[in-house]
Design a protein around this ligand. Structure first.
Ligand SMILES: [Zn+2]
Length: 305
């Protein structure tokens, strides 16, 4: 009986958490208090995930402290601040186009559900390519490596992005929405769905997704994305939706269990400030380390001595 309940929970947790956030967002936007409701939903989602991670972890070892909570929090605050300032600058500095009704090309007469869906698909095209470039273009990888240097996945390191990485990604996602003439409400929806999905993709909860993974970015898919193996890690670039991974051939969802031993071969230092600096002095750090030891894990020990 207990086992059956556990299996049911593994199936319903993701839709229940995501669905509750969407309902709260809908109430917030229609009642004219979008940020109040968003923050409430975001805090409830974070604390629910924190509790469920302890009750139903995907990997028990990922509950152990990795000594990265200060950098995780620091990058989250810095990258959110930089991305939000940049969006405000783009919206009100450069263009000032986001209106209540949307631009002339935008299908404002469509039901809101389809407008939001269209907004998500358009923004995702930019987010997909920003993320794919961050993996495949060595210069951008230096910044994105900060995110992939984690050795465990849990909701707390969702926002661990170098601020330059965050600004590149938000720029590509937002510019396409602006060009499409998306109205304010669609921008709000896209801006709020993205952090909900982000929290969920990083969480350390044992869940099953079935067909959901073919549409949305789920923890099951994102754990493959954090694999040490390039053939597995350079896949599943979608931030919210998997549509562009499906179309461009980077969708990866095998039946076997995703890796638990995650991370990267490149060296990323342990401290917040050193991590912020590392992309700018990448060559120096990597060459010094690889001369000292060929193995990535040993590199950590040597540099931090
Ligand atoms: Zn990545």
């Amino acid at each position: 009986m207990r086992e059956r309940l556990r299996i049911v929970l593994t199936y319903v947790t993701w839709p229940a958490l995501f669905g509750s956030c969407l309902i709260l967002t809908h109430v917030g936007i229609t009642s004219g208090h979008p940020f109040l409701y968003f923050n409430f939903a975001y805090i409830c989602l974070g604390s629910s995930i924190f509790a469920i991670e302890r009750l139903m972890p995907f990997e028990r070892r990922w509950l152990e402290n990795d000594g990265q909570m200060v950098p995780d929090l620091g990058h989250t605050i810095l990258s959110k601040l930089a991305a939000q300032l940049w969006v405000v600058f783009m919206l009100y500095g450069f263009v000032h186009v986001s209106s209540k009704t949307g631009g002339v090309f935008w299908p404002s007469q469509w039901p809101m559900f389809f407008q939001v869906l269209m907004g998500l698909v358009i923004a995702e095209f930019g987010l997909y390519w920003a993320h794919r470039l961050a993996h495949e273009w060595p210069f951008l990888w230096r910044f994105h490596a900060v995110h992939h240097s984690v050795v465990r996945l849990w909701f707390f390191n969702t926002g661990r992005f170098h601020f330059v990485d965050a600004v590149v990604s938000v720029t590509l996602g937002q510019i396409l929405l602006l060009m499409a003439g998306a109205p304010e409400s669609v921008m709000l929806w896209v801006g709020m769905v993205t952090p909900y999905i982000g929290f969920l993709t990083h969480c350390n909860i044992e869940m099953r997704f079935g067909p959901i993974s073919y549409v949305f970015n789920t923890p099951g898919l994102h754990r493959w994305h954090h694999s040490r193996e390039k053939e597995e890690g350079n896949k599943n670039y979608g931030e919210n939706l998997m549509i562009w991974d499906q179309l461009f051939g980077t969708f990866f969802n095998p039946i076997r269990k995703p890796p638990v031993n995650i991370g990267i071969g490149d060296y990323v230092p342990q401290g917040l400030w050193a991590q912020i600096k590392s992309p700018f002095v990448w060559g120096r750090v990597q060459s010094k380390i690889s001369a000292d030891a060929p193995d990535a894990m040993n590199r950590l020990a040597i540099i931090d001595r």
